[in-house]
Design a protein around this ligand. Sequence first.
Ligand code: GDP
Length: 458
Amino acid sequence: MFKEDTIAAIATPSGYGGISIIRISGSEAFEVCDRVFKMKKGSIFDVPKNTINYGHIVNKDTNEIIDEVLVSKMCEPHSFTAEDVIEINCHGGMSVTKDVLTLVLKNGARLAEAGEFTKRAFLNGRIDLVQAEAISDIITAKTSNFAKSAMSSLKGDLSSKIDEIKADITNMLARLEVTIQYPEYDEEDLTNNEIVELINSMKYKLNKIISTFEKGEILKDGIKVAIIGKPNVGKSQLLNALINENKAIVTEEAGTTRDIVDEVVNIKGVPVKFIDTAGIRNADSKVEKIGIDKSIEMLEESNIILFCIDTSRALDTEDMDIIKMLPDNKEVLVVLNKMDLNTNVDTVKAFDNYKTVEISALKKEGIEKIENKIYELAGLSEDDGVGNTLVSNIRHKNLLIGARDDFDNAIKMINEGLEVDLVEIDINAALYKLGGITGETTSEDIIDEIFKNFCLGK
Ligand code: GDP
């Protein structure tokens, strides 16, 4: 058991509210509590574990009552940190909360660092690193589906999938060891074909986890949608209709949306970030050129591209240039705008083979169709994240990909006829990376970095 000093912090957000919670954790949590908490009868030592107890926080030096409170008592190892934990529910005023904390700190506790409670839960072995990160994800989740997916990680679903591959690797390493050490026991030996087969089956499991990343990232951070099109086709107007306010500048002069303007809209519970890019064209002005370069960058970063067309006009070389630039690896939705004007039939017909939606940004007609299409193109469905584990953490993704590269290397070695010892090195490296996800092989620096990004009191 990891034993350290007793820490305390305010666990609730600062501001005014019904209650605030001050959490105390460590081997002296009950002593610290006893020094500041007065019950009608007896002390916190006398009450059973997992109870909530009424009383007052009192400065025993001056006999001053600071607040009327409820105090929960949890005993190690059955608490959040797996240590003795006290939670003081005091009134939610900012100054009273601070006064209670100050008194607790004067009576033997140290102010906790960001994420220190969760770090202790991890160091005490109550949760692994994936579960600790899931707690942070639940707290910061912007969508309920993402929170559900994080909850599944907290339950240990992702960890158990990784543990399964780690067990496969350990198994295989044991058999490889026999093959290397005791080549005379032929029947135990792994043939090269068997080794490749085993590695491929582990790689298959890894790939299944890696393939959830795109959806996981979308649920976590939202969908990024770039709006492109030549000047004056109605991009700003469209953005305005989408966000229902007038942040982007709408003007009749071509080439004025020089800066990238973005807004986040909530579509069916998913944050969608719309990025209005500078009109792409052969710009003369330097400022505009910078805007155009940025637009091209935005295309790379986005999940979906809305390509805006003015259907009242014939297509020209500027539209054609943009069509040529559209990346193959992105979903493109062609927005046929200005349908309230006389329609140029050839312009509309030119997009017969594209995914299209007909709208009038000016009259705010067809906007909902765009929203539905975005949801659909992002591959989302209402029950995403419910009961399925998604990888959404870039640290996990990189380690998973690293482990897959190690597997590929191992297979390559075998195909090149190299010694099995060398294969063992790669397989061990994969095991080390997977251990880095769950925490067994993660360096102290990385662990510190992960918990530093947690909020205070967590
Ligand atoms: P951008 O340069 O692509 O951002 O284009 P803007 O959004 O600034 O629009 C250029 C002009 O087209 C403005 O005068 C808008 O009012 C007009 N416009 C935009 N959308 C529509 C539409 O759906 N119908 C009509 N009639 N005019 C539109």
